[in-house]
Design a protein around this ligand. Structure first.
Ligand SMILES: Cc1ncc(COP(=O)(O)O)c(C=O)c1O
Length: 428
């Protein structure tokens, strides 16, 4: 039986999520249903912050909104003192709505349009440029007081090739040979204050790639400092801290991560007289992943000579990670936690796609129609990657805290499927 942390409890065979019965949540709010645990979000944030602060005072944690952009989550993290990493005007809009001050938001977009640049400038957020093209266009629109440049440190890592965001094949960041040009352009336009940034990928469970890439970025920063006399106000080492999903995966040791990264950082900035920049990171998954549970109801059992399928009401429209990354999520039967795992099932969603499989060959207790499955570690890249594919309205989200629960996102209705659509005159 998988139990990830103290906010998931077995009470008489029923899953309780921070004191709230999963069965009652499903009955009250229907399924599929994302359940987010406020206390776990706070705990994860504090663990990371505490670990970093042991080594250095000037730290900033930019919560990477793309992992989960629910306003309640953003509000919790703003309240914890997080900064925010946004990658689209929409994320900036939501972060501002949740109360983040614009100067605490770093925008790291790629292939950004001019009207989006204007929106960012008007919003007052800090822009982290991803290309010389973006920088040129930004400087024509506005000369910011502060600017950050995203470096491609040539070292990438991640749980799947689609989430590796640095290296020779990556579309992200500015290649080393263009970095001086970027800072030179900004300096001569009149930019006064600078940052430097990298993000090498997502779902990384080893410290080594972080250290290698950090060293590379620090060397680039040092060159920029020496050649152009740029002083860095902040250095952002990106997100990517992994979370174990499979039973055999080990968590990245956060204390060791903080200690090794900050030892390297402090030594490098001292030896090269780079001042005292803020040390920044941008975790998304680490903060919210294990704070989210997806509840889905079993409606069908189908037994063939080859397979036993459990048919549930959540498909890759609700949780796409298994379909696009082959990701594994722990699954438990929320209304029968004491059952012995004696069957092997495939868990399949309701979409008309063969790839709509949430789990293959999973050992579970015997499952019946009407049972409730809990898909764990679903708080990151779950709802935020969900869609209306097959014209299925997106599901609801609930926040739980200390045995209380509240709906934080309504389930979409059938009407939502046609919202914004128009028929041209000739079809009316
Ligand atoms: C620029 C940037 N920062 C941070 C993150 C967060 O990554 P993770 O959720 O793995 O921490 C991402 C994710 O792709 C990203 O693109």
């Amino acid at each position: 039986m998988v139990f990830l942390h103290k906010f998931l409890e077995n009470r008489g065979g029923i899953l309780y999520i921070d004191g709230v019965s999963a069965v009652e949540l499903a009955d009250r709010f229907d399924t599929p249903l994302y359940v987010l645990i406020e206390n776990r979000i706070r705990e994860n944030f504090r663990e990371l912050k505490g670990a970093l602060l042991k080594h250095y005072d000037k730290i900033r944690i930019y919560y990477s909104a793309k992992a989960n952009t629910s306003l309640a989550v953003l509000k919790i993290l703003n309240n914890e003192g997080a900064y925010l990493d946004a990658v689209s005007p929409g994320e900036v809009f939501l972060a501002l709505k949740a109360g983040f001050k614009p100067e605490r938001i770093l925008f790291t977009g790629t292939n950004v349009r001019d009207d989006e640049i204007k929106f960012l400038v008007d919003s007052g957020v800090i822009i982290n440029v991803d290309s010389l093209s973006q920088l040129r266009r930004l400087l024509k629109i506005h000369i910011p007081e502060v600017l950050s440049v995203r470096v491609n440190p040539e070292i990438g890592a991640g749980h799947h090739e689609h989430v590796i965001t640095a290296g020779r094949n990556s579309k992200f960041g500015i290649w080393e040979t263009d970095i001086f040009e970027a800072y030179k352009m900004a300096l001569s336009a009149g930019v006064k204050r600078f940052g430097i940034h990298m993000h090498i990928g997502s779902g990384i469970l080893d410290i080594e790639p972080f250290l290698l890439a950090a060293e590379k970025m620090l060397k680039i920063a040092d060159q920029v400092h020496k050649k152009l006399n740029v002083t860095f106000e902040f250095m952002d080492f990106g997100g990517g801290i992994g979370v174990p999903y499979k039973p055999n995966e080990k968590p990245l040791n956060i204390d060791e991560f903080a200690s090794k990264m900050l030892t390297l950082f402090k030594r490098f900035i001292a030896e090269n007289r780079l001042g005292e920049p803020f040390f920044c990171i941008e975790p998304g998954r680490f903060i919210v992943c294990d704070a989210g549970v997806l509840l889905t109801r079993v409606n069908t059992l189908k037994i063939t000579p080859f397979k036993k399928f459990i048919g549930v009401d959540a498909g890759f429209n609700t949780l796409i990670r298994p379909a696009i990354y082959g990701s594994y999520h722990p699954i438990i039967v929320a209304n029968n936690l004491n059952g012995l795992e004696k069957e092997t099932y495939d868990v399949a969603g309701p979409l008309c796609e063969s790839g709509d499989i949430l789990a293959r060959d999973r050992r579970l207790p015997e499952v019946y129609e009407g049972d409730l499955l809990a898909i764990l570690n679903a708080g990151a890249y779950g709802f935020s990657m969900s869609s209306q594919y097959n014209s299925r309205p997106r599901c609801a989200e609930v926040l739980v805290k200390d045995s209380r629960c509240a709906l934080i996102r309504e389930r979409e209705s059938l009407e939502d499927l046609s919202r914004g659509q128009r028929l041209p005159d000739w079809l009316k």
